[in-house]
Design a protein around this ligand. Structure first.
Ligand SMILES: *Cc1c(COP(=O)(O)O)cnc(C)c1O
Length: 482
């Protein structure tokens, strides 16, 4: 029996270690065990029959459900404020299950342009081959752009709450308003924010997806993904021509006794379908061992994200003052065009991943990248260890130079994912890697006295080479929650 009575009224940190716990299973192991088994014993003929008919909701086969995986699903649903969740083997599997749980051949998806490259590939290649077309909105905060992209066949909007590497925060309520006016659900990839910093369902999102491989698991050891749904979207809607918008949710099905998913599960119809028909059939089931490790990670989520997020802001402001750095894309910085949105949606921290661009372009980026000693060169993020990536030659390499320029991915741009290390050690590593790289040729910005002061301070300390930089006000602030 799920001990939900203790969860809704408790704070996030309490829920991250208690929500979804099971009591009264006769074993009472304190930590949900790893139920590493393909299937579960049927006591007798009648029970086997009942498990298949649904008359008995016990476990039968791990692809359909597993107690370890189910415990993680309940916990993540509780943290996101959703009613239910389905755990899958990766973030890409989560995006796939969410989209295929809503759209079919002939349907249309509208996505923000600034999204994870793997999701972009799914939309442009894989879903296109299945007859699902995607249009991309370049300015995700322009309601008219979403409005103009809607077709009679549009069945979902897709955004990321904190897109990377540019940290171009999305105004979720604004996008949700347009979506709902057209009877369309909004899917939000919340990987970078985590439910600790932002819960999209509270801002109009209808479906939340995560790569649990990142902050949720947090230790870079496993892959996982999750789809979470709230309980507000009405799946019964009809399109302008009177036909059902989501016929797979509203047509009767034999396995439900000739009732539809909407009749049987109400507003939970989408998640029931995504779980029982999409995930169970396509089979992206996570190993219960991976689910266990994700659960372990979640138990320290708020502590890690607090630390990583405040360190990231401190390091971003430190980098912004360096003469080798042309710009920093961190929504927590007052210089960011997304600062106001970040204050509104992410008051407790703006995440631990950001980018910065070197004056010296590609050559400087190469030198900097290869000099780093503490940062790990890796395509991953949300790890307890700090990581570095050069998007233009890796994640975004297959885009044309024009597309990269449009996305703000300059040749000198580097992405950092800040871990839980001591911030002073991280800035020391960055400082030794920056030493001697090309600096801005131009005079200081005319309007920013603070920038001019910082530049002077940097000139004064120039030549310190590989030694650790003197602490700045930014790094001194790093232990203070934002
Ligand atoms: C990593 C990532 C994914 C894909 O997740 P995997 O677990 O690698 O499959 C999807 N969305 C975002 C925002 C990601 O960062």
């Amino acid at each position: 029996m799920t001990d939900d009575s203790r969860t809704p009224r408790h704070g996030f940190a309490t829920r991250q270690v208690h929500a979804g716990d099971v009591r009264g299973d006769g074993i009472n192991s304190r930590v949900t065990p790893v139920h590493l088994t393909a299937g579960f014993v049927f006591d007798d003929f009648a029970q086997a029959e009942d498990r298949f008919s649904g008359a008995d909701d016990g476990f039968s086969y791990t692809r359909l459900a597993n107690p370890t995986n189910a415990a993680v699903e309940r916990r993540i649903a509780a943290l996101e404020g959703g009613t239910e969740a389905v755990l899958v083997g990766s973030g890409q599997a989560a995006v796939t299950v969410a989209v295929l749980g809503l759209l079919q051949a002939g349907d249309h998806l509208v996505s923000a342009n600034s999204i994870y490259e793997g999701s972009r590939g799914l939309f442009l290649d894989n879903f296109a081959r299945l007859g699902i077309e995607t249009d991309f909105v370049v300015d995700a905060n322009d309601p008219l752009a979403w409005e103009l992209a809607v077709r009679p066949t549009t069945r979902a909007f897709f955004v990321e709450s904190i897109p990377n590497p540019k940290n171009d925060i999305v105004d979720l309520a604004l996008v949700a308003e347009v979506a709902h006016r057209h009877g369309i659900p909004l899917i939000v990839d919340n990987t970078f924010a985590t439910p600790y910093l932002l819960r999209p369902l509270e801002h109009g999102g209808d479906v939340v997806v995560h790569s649990a491989s990142k902050f949720l698991a947090g230790h870079g050891a496993v892959l996982g993904g999750v789809v979470v749904a709230g309980s507000t979207f009405d799946w019964d809607g009809t399109a302008a021509d009177g036909t059902a918008r989501f016929p797979h949710l509203t047509n009767p099905v034999r396995s439900l006794g000739d009732r539809s998913f909407a009749q049987r599960f109400g507003r939970g119809a989408f998640l029931a379908y995504a779980r029982d028909v999409v995930a169970a059939r396509l089979g992206p089931t996570p190993s219960p061992l991976n689910a266990f490790l994700i659960q372990q990670g979640i138990e320290t989520l708020s502590l890690r994200v607090d630390r990583q997020s405040s360190s990231a802001l401190a390091i971003a402001s430190w980098l912004e003052q360096r003469p080798e750095v042309a710009s920093v894309d961190h929504a927590g910085l007052p210089s960011s065009a997304y600062h106001e949105l970040a204050q509104r949606y992410l008051p407790d921290g703006q995440g631990a991943v950001f980018a910065f661009t070197l004056h010296g372009g590609l050559e400087a980026a190469k030198t900097f990248y290869d000099r780093l000693e503490l940062f790990t060169r890796m395509t991953h993020l949300g790890d307890v260890r700090s990581l570095v990536l050069h998007p233009a030659t890796t994640t975004h390499a297959w885009r044309t130079p024009e597309q990269r320029a449009e996305a703000g991915i300059a040749p000198g741009l580097l992405r950092l994912s800040i871990g839980v290390e001591d911030p002073a050690d991280l800035t020391a590593d960055l400082a030794q890697a920056l030493a001697g790289l090309p600096r801005a040729a131009a005079a200081p910005a005319p309007d920013a006295a603070a920038t001019a002061d910082a530049a002077t301070a940097d000139v004064a300390s120039a030549g310190s080479g590989a030694t650790a930089p003197a602490p700045t006000s930014a790094s001194a602030r790093s232990g203070v929650p934002a």
